[in-house]
Design a protein around this ligand. Structure first.
Ligand SMILES: NC(=O)c1ccc[n+]([C@@H]2O[C@H](COP(=O)([O-])OP(=O)(O)OC[C@H]3O[C@@H](n4cnc5c(N)ncnc54)[C@H](O)[C@@H]3O)[C@@H](O)[C@H]2O)c1
Ligand SMILES: O=C(O)[C@H](O)[C@H](O)COP(=O)(O)O
Length: 382
């Protein structure tokens, strides 16, 4: 059996080595010749999987080690009897931790005494948005949930319309990219919607770049009273707009979901689906491959102030400003180099561990502080 896999999927040999021969190729450059003789194709979000890649190939199973599926022509796969699986939720917690880290930095930058004063509008309340909502609720934030497809299915759910979500202090986007249907998200935030945001608001996009009209956003950022913007995802990756990078507060190269846990779980989920497809038992788990984290313990004394201690712990695990600085550095390079450099930052992304990998010791801490750490996902040392 031949398995063709994107070279950026981690642990391919460990998970799939027993199934047959593995050919690793560049996901961005994957061609019909690369996959023609494959039985199984494993991709990430940068490979468009459709008739132009697979027509006439031997491929019978496609797996994407990602949450997003907008790069896959699922109708064509189904029509051609090719099995498909994605990895729903695999890196949801990683994205949630990215958003929480951004919120903490935003609160500090704004000099807020209490970050939970911020109201947060979550647009798209699935695996990522739902997990974010439950953590924010536990932390005591006021949240507004906008998810029209869910609102239709759950008439008793407490959902708001997009305009109400867009009126919150923080607006964070977690929808898939869809170009058709009653609730298509392509340019969901167009020039008109962007105009409703003001200088006291923070807009975060970690969904897909095309959900926000990027030229309109650039225009909006040039107007007085413009919102603060954080972008992890961009239109036309990897050839993103350099002017937009310059004008947003934090700019990162589509790495919100790049915790080691999230990446390993992505591979594990497609492994499980391949096992089921082939009728083989599941013998391996992502957890068995996770190395010991570089930061395994954090200890706070009784003098730790509630919010400051939590922010310090979050920053020790992940600080989005480092990813922002690295992207700005490469965007300052020549135009031809920017696209490859965007991809290189992703390919060579340093190990980032989730909050749960660090055990936190709190000596003489208040119940509020203990609850805050737990709500953020840290494990408390008894
Ligand atoms: N930046 C990253 O690294 C990263 C990582 C993971 C996922 N993502 C992106 O985030 C998206 C969301 O991930 P998820 O796991 O929560 O997906 P999900 O499918 O679990 O949830 C998406 C939610 O969005 C809702 N939705 C659809 N159309 C909408 C609309 N017009 N307005 C409001 N809500 C709408 C759906 O009903 C659903 O509840 C993915 O599709 C992917 O594109 C990005
Ligand atoms: O959809 C997802 O899971 C994320 O966007 C994921 O982090 C994308 O990573 P990529 O496949 O581009 O490496």
């Amino acid at each position: 059996m031949l398995i063709v896999a994107d070279e950026n999927i981690p642990l391919v040999d460990s998970f799939f080595g027993d199934f047959g021969h593995i050919r690793r190729v560049s996901g961005r450059l994957m061609s019909p010749e690369d996959v023609a003789d494959a039985d199984i194709l494993l991709v990430r979000s940068v490979t468009r999987v459709d008739a132009s890649l697979l027509e006439g190939s031997r491929v019978r199973f496609v797996g994407t080690a990602t949450i997003g599926t907008d790069h896959i022509d699922q109708d064509w796969l189904q029509a051609n009897d090719i099995a498909f699986c994605a990895a729903p939720g695999c890196n949801a917690n990683s994205v949630v931790e990215y958003v929480l880290s951004v919120l903490a930095l935003h609160a500090e930058r704004r000099g807020l005494n209490d970050w939970t004063e911020l109201s947060v509008g979550i647009v798209g309340v699935g695996n990522v948005g739902g997990e974010l909502a439950s953590k924010l609720e536990r932390l005591g934030f006021t949240i507004r949930l906008c998810d029209p497809p869910r609102a239709e299915q759950e008439p008793d759910g407490e959902f708001v319309g997009l305009d109400e979500a867009l009126a919150c202090d923080v607006v964070t986007l977690h929808t898939p990219l869809t170009k058709s249907g009653a609730h298509g998200t392509y340019h969901l935030l167009d020039a008109d919607r962007l105009r409703t945001l003001n200088g006291s608001q923070l807009l975060i996009n970690t969904g897909r770049g095309e959900v926000v009209d990027n030229p309109a956003l650039l225009d909006c950022l040039g107007q007085p009273d413009a919102p603060t913007v954080v972008l992890d995802v961009w239109e036309n990756e990897p050839s993103i707009m350099p002017e937009l990078v310059e004008n947003v507060w934090l700019a990162t190269p589509h790495i919100a979901g790049y915790s080691l846990e999230g990446k390993f779980q992505g591979t594990e989920m497609i492994y499980q689906a391949v096992c089921q497809y082939l009728g083989f038992p599941v013998r391996k788990q992502a957890g068995q491959f996770l190395p010991e984290p570089a930061l395994s313990k954090l200890s706070f004394t009784g003098s730790a102030k509630d919010e400051a201690a939590a922010f310090m712990a979050m920053r020790c695990c992940y600080d989005p400003r480092r990813d922002d600085a690295n992207l700005r550095l490469v965007m300052a390079g020549s135009q031809d180099e920017r696209g490859p450099a965007f991809d290189r930052l992703r390919k060579e992304y340093p190990v980032r561990r989730e909050f749960s990998s660090a055990k936190v010791q709190l000596k003489g801490a208040s119940k509020v502080l203990r609850d805050t750490f737990k709500a953020l996902g840290f494990k408390l040392k008894i």
